[in-house]
Write a protein that binds this ligand. Sequence first.
Ligand code: SF4
Length: 345
Amino acid sequence: MSKSPVRAQAEGAGRVSGEENSAVGEQVSPKSIKGAKTDKSMKASKAGKAAKAVKAAGAAEAVEAGKAVKTARTGEGGEAAKQAQRAGKPESRLAMVRRARKINRELAEVYPYAHPELDFRNPFELLVATVLSAQTTDLRVNQTTPALFAKYPTPEDMAAAVPEELEQIIRPTGFFRAKAKSLLGLSAALRDDFGGRVPGRLEDLVRLPGVGRKTANVVLGNAFGVPGITVDTHFGRLVRRWKWTEQEDPEKVEAEICAIFPKSEWTMLSHRVVFHGRRICHSRKPACGACPIAPLCPAYGEGETDPEKARKLLKYEMGGYPGQRLAPPPDYPGRPAAPLGTGDE
Ligand code: SF4
């Protein structure tokens, strides 16, 4: 398995904080440390890996062609090499923060079009879509909401829905009885307590039925422009792989990541990380060999490192497939998703 030069150092940090037994740590071999001894060899190795990753990225060529190569050949690849020289020393908090911010900048170039992957036209639609997205894909929600919002366009309409009819419409999203109950409750609360409008404050949103902190942050960040970190399964997995945090609890993850980045970055950072998790850094088989941020990743090598094989793991626009939104933003480089029942989903 190939190893990242930042891995040993990040693992050093883990050892200092009592993380000797992390799964990542157990995968380091003496060979990886030995291989990271010189600036020269690391620069060459990183440039080669990044170039291969970019070559393999196919549709993603895109984005990151120049970028990953540039990163590896110039400043950041060099810095990674210097970090490797110091392998064995724990990564300082300052070094981790700098590396995290670099990853964010890289992801901003890879996914300049990152966005919420739920279709919505107003705060109410985003709130409802986010509630429906629990335990299912954004794609399935997007295929379900056109009929839902055609029938119940406002909180007043939805609050007055016949429960069984509402359940049948949202049935494809799963857990439809519980979700229908939440939608009826939150619509009635919006009608009765907020004049039929979605409130723009966290403390009001989390009091609505079926609305937790994650849903509230999605709505605040994307419908009200209030900066927020959204910790979903992808976000949590990636920030732990990158050693930005060791926390498992979403609220603790949120607090630690908020402390690394300026507020102005929080919402877009969330989208970029989730985009990366859905397209390249998958849960079971990350496509490390096609990953433009490989030089900055302590977990490089946890997934497929062969560029050709890794390229085949890429999803959505990176792999040449449709996205999750039926109505994606104009700058989205991929194809829209197909409506439910067309046989093309
Ligand atoms: S795919 Fe994930 S684990 Fe692999 S190098 Fe990229 S960010 Fe790291």
